[in-house]
Design a protein around this ligand. Sequence first.
Ligand SMILES: NC(=O)c1ccc[n+]([C@@H]2O[C@H](COP(=O)([O-])OP(=O)(O)OC[C@H]3O[C@@H](n4cnc5c(N)ncnc54)[C@H](OP(=O)(O)O)[C@@H]3O)[C@@H](O)[C@H]2O)c1
Length: 241
Amino acid sequence: MQKKTVLITGANKGIGFETARQMGRAGYGIWLGSRDKARGEEAARSLSDEGIEARSVSIDVTDGTSVKQAAARVEAEDGKLDVLVNNAGIAGREMIAPSQQSVEDILRIYETNVFGPVRVTQAFLPLLRKTGNANIVMVSSGLGSLGWLSDPANQFYGVNFLGYNSSKSALNAITVALAKELAGSGVKVNAADPGYTATDFNAHSGYRTVEQAASGIVWLATLDEKGPTGGFYFDGEVVPW
Ligand SMILES: NC(=O)c1ccc[n+]([C@@H]2O[C@H](COP(=O)([O-])OP(=O)(O)OC[C@H]3O[C@@H](n4cnc5c(N)ncnc54)[C@H](OP(=O)(O)O)[C@@H]3O)[C@@H](O)[C@H]2O)c1
């Protein structure tokens, strides 16, 4: 039987790379998505050195041609995809008041964090549908939780970034919409909050490790057909929308 496969965007480093490693250890064949070919190949090589089957694939989530070419390659080599992890994401110019953040800056964030996952999911959906039991994981953020951000007692209440936070709230809304459409089709769609994690994203100021962050993503990525769809989770616990 053909090995199960997973494609992870932005997997050349950070949470995406660790997710690739944990999925590899769980027996999945890895499509290691990277917008930079050399960085992707180097990351895939380091997984291969650990005995994990990893192929690097060029994919810039803001570029429709690049996304289509990646899907065409996966189709040509495997004919299907079992799991898609939409992990690639960027921060904005956060040290700016919401009323001062330019639409251009917000649009730049949305191109990667919102339109990117939509573009990638739409391109890979035909390959995911072929498996009969596929999982899509949107790597969201607790900063996308309106429930948490509007609760003065929550640790993230004061983190008032317009562009980034709203991009992840939009990604959550997209998760719900896709999950509803795909219910019963054999494709589940869930969102994961990896938590505040030490990566280049925040100059390694996060208090969680990439190992901790990836484990909640891997849980959603490996759900069986009876698993939940249309949810938002942190370490396996439900997060309020
Ligand atoms: N770290 C945290 O505390 C935290 C908390 C909540 C949510 N998250 C989310 O977790 C995800 C991963 O973040 P991280 O902390 O691992 O950040 P990271 O170390 O900065 O890694 C981000 C990855 O995304 C890639 N990327 C950026 N733009 C891309 C594009 N247009 N196309 C393809 N890949 C692109 C980067 O590629 P390059 O190497 O080429 O730049 C890199 O591989 C993001 O969605 C982030 O919003 C992180």
